[in-house]
Design a protein. Structure first.
Length: 271
């Protein structure tokens, strides 16, 4: 399995190889809620690959992975930090106000990446204690083990747009007919610590009614118990629903050693 950038709520690292099997072979691909870009890492190379996320910190990190020069500097910078709570608290504080040119962009990206790697479930909120890592074992090896896989992000486009702005622009885009839209929004009723979350019935109702206006191939992700998606996407707009199987719920924290809850992952597609 291809390495992931870091653990992340709803990151799709385990599910990505299966999702790729249902993706159409179109030259232009847009990931509307980019997160850790696991589906981009897993899919075959496409002519145009666009990562979008409303979280500017994630976009800064991905933009550094997208170019060899900044990617090399990013790896060099993050290897300076040992795995410890002190470093986590320091870099969490340094990234709390966002990027405003205070350091080189790859330095800030390394801070963001570190807080993802060292936080509980990739939420960037709480420190994830790991005795082996704290003793100096494996952390640098863990990072360097990602180097070759993350080269697959070379050349991706990176957008920092609200999903509704993206949809409105794509509705008007003449290339929309030849575009695959991968839409892995925060799930209905999730308990994750996303900076920009979508939880309520209103949020997902508006979201579904907006995305169906796109002219290309669409894949929407969610759990099987989401009746709202069935009503709008399947019954009203003819999408097909495919059940992928039981997977661990990752949109929220879990205690170390705690057994994760399982839910049936599904996709809704219009092709």
């Amino acid at each position: 399995m291809i390495s992931t950038i870091a653990a992340y709520p709803g990151g799709k690292h385990t599910l990505a190889p299966l999702l790729v099997r249902f993706m159409p072979n179109l030259s232009r691909n847009i990931s509307g809620f980019g997160g850790m870009a696991n589906e981009i890492l897993a899919m075959p190379q496409r002519k145009i690959r666009i990562y979008n996320d409303k979280d500017k910190d994630l976009c800064i990190l991905l933009s550094c992975f997208a170019k060899e020069e900044t990617r090399v500097k990013l790896f060099h910078e993050i290897l300076k930090y040992e795995y410890c709570k002190e470093n986590f608290m320091e870099l969490k504080a340094k990234t709390s106000s966002g990027y405003y040119g205070q350091v080189e962009i790859w330095v800030y990206a390394a801070w963001v990446w570190y807080t993802l790697l060292v936080s509980r479930d990739g939420g960037r909120e709480a420190y994830s204690k790991d005795k082996d890592m704290e003793m100096g074992k494996n952390f640098q090896y863990r990072i360097m083990g990602k180097k070759w896989d993350l080269m697959r992000l070379e050349g991706i486009g990176v957008w920092n747009k609200d999903i509704y702005d993206l949809i409105e622009e794509e509705i008007q885009n003449p290339d929309g007919n030849q575009t695959f839209y991968f839409l892995d929004s925060p799930y209905y009723g999730n308990k994750a610590s996303y900076k920009y979350n979508m939880v309520s019935d209103f949020d997902h109702n508006l979201y579904c009614k907006s995305l169906v206006k796109l002219k290309g191939a669409i894949m929407v992700c969610g759990y099987d118990n989401n009746n709202l998606y069935d009503e709008i996407l399947v019954k009203k707009h003819g999408f097909k629903k495919i059940k992928l199987g039981l997977y661990a719920v990752t949109m929220g924290y879990h205690q170390r050693g705690e057994k994760c809850k399982l839910e049936t992952e599904c996709i809704w597609i219009n092709y």
